[in-house]
Design a protein around this ligand. Structure first.
Ligand SMILES: *[C@@H]1O[C@H](CO)[C@@H](O)[C@H](O)[C@H]1NC(C)=O
Ligand SMILES: *[C@@H]1O[C@H](CO)[C@@H](O)[C@H](O)[C@H]1NC(C)=O
Ligand SMILES: *[C@@H]1O[C@H](CO)[C@@H](O)[C@H](O)[C@H]1NC(C)=O
Ligand SMILES: *[C@@H]1O[C@H](CO)[C@@H](O)[C@H](O)[C@H]1NC(C)=O
Ligand SMILES: *[C@@H]1O[C@H](CO)[C@@H](O)[C@H](O)[C@H]1NC(C)=O
Ligand SMILES: *[C@@H]1O[C@H](CO)[C@@H](O)[C@H](O)[C@H]1NC(C)=O
Ligand SMILES: *[C@@H]1O[C@H](CO)[C@@H](O)[C@H](O)[C@H]1NC(C)=O
Ligand SMILES: CC(=O)N[C@H]1CO[C@H](CO)[C@@H](O)[C@@H]1O
Length: 597
């Protein structure tokens, strides 16, 4: 009996020890890794939580294991300390690209059985690839380009059955290219090696540029193609080098949220097929290094992108506004950020940086986060978080944007207003209570994962050529005094926010007043009237019930009192005289009280 128990507990212990690797073990492995490397500026604070604070480290949803380590361009050199990184047994993504690591391919990495993405490009690795590499059965992306690997490409790579991307360019691989039977492979680059012979049939489907700079022959003809190393890229590498030398200033956040985020309207909100063309020239045109910029990150938790990423990742144009073009940029880890390429910046570098630093300080769940910025003579970029559910404008007025129209019930609208007013109240506290948004409108309000409103586009009006031209497109949001002063204030922000509230209630767009015509026709000014004036008129004539969006009236019986309350708040915000408007903190309290009373 005793012996039985003894063995039983021994087995139990063994099972527990072998299967319960913890975050502590992961932390230890990472600290071991770092302790062997003297070369970087990276500091992981032992007493701060790994999952929240450590640069480049991301955990799983339970926050009990490390799943991604991304430390691109942090100045590491020497050998990768063996048996450190490879102890992170849950690791899925490892990026150590653009460092100066030397030595052989770290063969202990084959213990990382869950690894899906391995980025070791732009280091100084050498020697042959171990054929045992094929043990990494889950590997989808393998980028070993721009190193000094030599020897032949192991035929065992055929065992990497999940592989989608293989980049071995700019190494010294020799011999013939093996037959690689990888049906999922969609991108290959073996250019600039010392390979000979014919392309295997299994790789015939890839363009010849993937094999350029070698002595391989096509079935038809020899390839002699090599792209010139353009000036743009030279400038670009200089900028990057400068950024490295200056040290890693701060770090950005991984945007895994877009994957984790639930949709507010499952099944209903469909993304349109994105048929927008990619942006034209993403490459920095800045070849004056003195004026050349560096990218500044806020946050310091994780950095999943560098400037290189922003300028080379696949980008999609989201829109072209008064401040310049807005792009949605998807990173190599499939996270997404919004990049604004600002035109007509009127302030100089110092003022630009000061303004960005002020905005970067604003951290609130209802304010779209400024993740990074970049200033050079020719390019000014602001990088914000991306909200996958689109803007309130798209939600309300549908079909014109990237999303199809979805009915929004009263609860949803109340939540959006609540989030947005919290965000704006936080913004007005910024810069010692002096910060102004200057461009509040429904297309700058986004929905977060909990479907609360979030304020986007913060901080741009202050650095741009006065206000965007007051065209009929935006004037619906502008306080009357702005027409004369051309300067935004916190009062005018409250006015614009009031217009958004009215927009939520009526479902009518302030930017297309023609839609008001049928009901407004009885008034004197007819269809030239903006949304706020129209509602003032209707309410003055005691037709209150008439202003509400049919969609919320039909959906939510019994909430009319709440709507009337919101209407009164909205009307107070759009008071013609600025001193009659409430402070945003009062608006916040009023809106939060709608439900809680
Ligand atoms: C490390 O983190 C702790 C807690 O977050 C903090 O109190 C401490 O100042 C940090 N130490 C350094 C050297 O940054
Ligand atoms: C690897 O991933 C699988 C599922 O994706 C998981 O069940 C397993 O526990 C992971 N391995 C480790 C060592 O975390
Ligand atoms: C893999 O990990 C085990 C311990 O879990 C270790 O004994 C072994 O040497 C490692 N393999 C390699 C190739 O590093
Ligand atoms: C690979 O490079 C190393 C030096 O880095 C050299 O000793 C070795 O002979 C080379 N192997 C082949 C196959 O070229
Ligand atoms: C190979 O190196 C050249 C010149 O350094 C560079 O232009 C090219 O982009 C590199 N190829 C890859 C696939 O990284
Ligand atoms: C290319 O390879 C062929 C053999 O496959 C060899 O005859 C030829 O000399 C090589 N050319 C160069 C430029 O290396
Ligand atoms: C492969 O990389 C070379 C530069 O090294 C580039 O010119 C070529 O376009 C790339 N081909 C593919 C298919 O990516
Ligand atoms: C066809 C071709 O470009 N072959 C080149 C392959 O790479 C070797 C080594 O870099 C060159 O010598 C060949 O000219």
């Amino acid at each position: 009996m005793h012996i039985f128990f003894f063995f039983f507990s021994l087995i139990l212990c063994f099972v527990l020890i072998s299967s319960s690797q913890t975050l502590e073990d992961d932390k230890k492995a990472l600290l071991d890794f770092l302790s062997h490397l003297t070369s970087s500026h990276l500091l992981w604070n032992q007493s701060s939580p790994v999952c929240h604070r450590w640069t480049g480290v991301t955990c799983n949803a339970n926050r009990d294991r490390v799943v991604s380590v991304r430390l691109p361009a942090v100045g590491f050199n020497g050998l990768i300390p063996p048996f450190t990184i490879s102890r992170l047994s849950s690791l899925k993504v490892l990026s150590l690209r653009k460092n100066h690591f030397t030595g052989d391919f770290p063969s202990d990495f084959i213990n990382l059985s869950n690894l899906t993405h391995l980025y070791l490009q732009h280091n100084r690795f050498s020697g042959p690839l171990p054929s045992i590499l094929s043990e990494l059965k889950n590997l989808k992306v393998l980028d070993l380009s721009n190193n000094g690997f030599n020897g032949s490409i192991p035929a065992s790579l055929s065992g990497l059955t999940s592989l989608r991307v293989l980049n071995l360019a700019n190494n010294s691989f020799s011999g013939e290219i093996p037959h690689l039977d990888l049906p999922k492979l969609s991108q290959v680059n073996l250019s600039n090696n010392k390979l000979v012979g014919t392309k295997p049939i299994s790789l015939q489907r890839f363009q010849s540029s993937a094999f350029s700079g070698n002595n391989t022959t096509d079935r038809q003809k020899k390839q002699h193609h090599k792209l010139p190393f353009g000036l743009n890229q030279v400038a670009f590498l200089l900028i990057l080098a400068a950024a490295c030398v200056l040290g890693v200033f701060g770090f950005s956040f991984i945007m895994i949220t877009c994957c984790l985020r639930k949709k507010c309207f499952p099944g209903k909100l469909r993304k349109r097929d994105s048929s927008s063309p990619p942006p034209g020239n993403w490459t920095s045109r800045d070849d004056n290094t003195e004026e050349g910029g560096k990218i500044i990150y806020f946050g310091g938790r994780n950095h999943s992108f560098d400037l290189d990423d922003l300028l080379t990742s696949s980008a999609e144009v989201l829109g072209k506004g008064a401040f310049g073009a807005t792009y949605m940029v998807t990173m190599e880890d499939m996270s997404t950020v919004v990049v604004k390429r600002l035109k007509e910046v009127v302030v100089g570098r110092r003022e630009f940086e000061m303004q960005m630093e002020i905005i970067g300080m604003i951290r609130h769940e209802n304010v779209a986060e400024l993740k990074a910025y970049y200033y050079s003579k020719d390019d000014k970029l602001a990088v914000y978080s991306y909200y996958s559910q689109g803007s309130l404008f798209e939600m309300l007025h549908g079909n014109k944007g990237r999303y199809h129209r979805v009915p929004l019930d009263w609860d949803a609208r109340l939540k959006i207003a609540t989030g947005a007013v919290r965000g704006l109240a936080k913004i007005h506290e910024g810069n010692n209570g002096k910060l102004i948004h200057g461009n509040i409108k429904s297309s700058n309000i986004f929905l977060d994962s909990q479907c609360y409103g979030c304020i986007g586009d913060l901080g741009l009006t202050a650095i741009m050529r006065s206000l965007p031209q007051t065209t009929c497109l935006t004037s619906g949001y502008h306080a009357p005094e702005i027409t004369d002063t051309r300067r935004s204030t916190q009062f005018s922000d409250v006015y614009s926010f009031g217009v958004v509230l009215l927009e939520l209630l009526t479902g009518k767009s302030p930017v297309s007043p023609a839609g008001l015509a049928p009901k407004a026709a009885t008034t004197t000014q007819g269809e030239n009237m903006d949304l706020a004036s129209w509602i003032r008129n209707v309410v003055a004539n005691e037709w209150t019930g008439e202003v509400f969006d049919m969609e919320i009236l039909s959906q939510s019986g019994g909430f009319e009192e709440e709507m009337v309350e919101m209407l009164q708040i909205g009307l107070a915000c759009v008071a013609l005289k600025q001193q009659d408007r409430p402070h945003i903190s009062q608006v916040l309290k009023l809106i939060e009280d709608i439900r809680s009373t």
